[in-house]
Design a protein around this ligand. Structure first.
Ligand SMILES: [Zn+2]
Ligand SMILES: [Zn+2]
Length: 233
């Protein structure tokens, strides 16, 4: 994980996405690159990949989009497929309770289940703890608060993480006031977008509010490939 500072967060706040999501996205990509790079030389990474049965459905998409690592990818997935195959092979040796219908099938299903969580989801949570702390510390700095007020704010999940984070009352008040103003502005933009669009729209040219709907998607759902299916909300 790279060490990012308040300055990195200030720079990212000029972009339309949640800055914490953006830093996490970088960390997950870096983690995936490292995993693929190490897979052929580090047998322990293959062991972990067996236990986690690869990565979750959301982070699988990230692996699919990663170019230039097809052999390391094959190495890792060979280990995962070998693991699930050996579980199926052991099916005949499991004791079966004849009184309970399908107890054998359930036992196999349980054994096929990952014994470790998706490593990308684990990376997301570790990065998030770090950046929540950096963000909370930044609220003591005037320039940081100003950049936050002028930004598109944090996504819903990272607002929640900030609310759960222990911080001085005045920092929490500053955070809530700024985030509230940002969401109110977005709501007004969505209203304006709807008033100007569609068949019943008044036909005026669409300005900043033109992207309000896609920014709203990111606010509620977070950025793509960040919150995996094994992320604990
Ligand atoms: Zn976020
Ligand atoms: Zn995941």
């Amino acid at each position: 994980m790279a060490v990012y500072s308040q300055f990195d967060l200030i720079a990212l706040m000029a972009q339309p996405e949640c800055p914490i999501c953006r830093l996490i996205q970088n960390d997950v990509r870096r983690f995936v690159d490292g995993l693929l790079y190490e897979s052929s030389v580090d047998p322990s990474s293959q062991q972990k990949f067996r236990a986690s049965r690869g990565v979750c459905a959301v982070h699988s998409q990230l692996l699919r989009e990663t170019r230039g690592y097809s052999v390391p990818m094959a190495t890792l997935y060979e280990a995962a497929i070998d693991e699930v195959l050996s579980v199926l092979d052991s099916a005949g040796s499991l004791p079966v309770n004849k009184l309970r219908r399908n107890s054998g099938g359930r036992q196999i299903s349980e054994k096929l289940k990952p014994s470790k969580r998706c490593p990308c989801c684990v990376t997301v949570e570790a990065s998030e703890r770090l950046y929540t702390q950096v963000f909370a510390d930044g609220l003591a700095d005037h320039a940081f608060v100003q950049a936050f007020q002028q930004s598109q704010g944090l996504c819903l999940t990272h607002v929640r993480r900030m609310m759960e984070h222990a911080m001085p009352q005045d920092a929490r008040t500053k955070f809530v006031q700024a985030q509230r103003a940002i969401w109110k502005k977005l709501l007004a933009e969505l209203d304006l977008f709807m008033a100007r669009s569609g068949e019943r729209g008044d036909g005026k040219p669409v300005g900043e509010e033109g992207t309000s709907w896609s920014r709203a998607v990111n606010v509620i759902g977070g950025l793509q490939n960040v919150f995996g299916s094994e992320y604990e909300r």
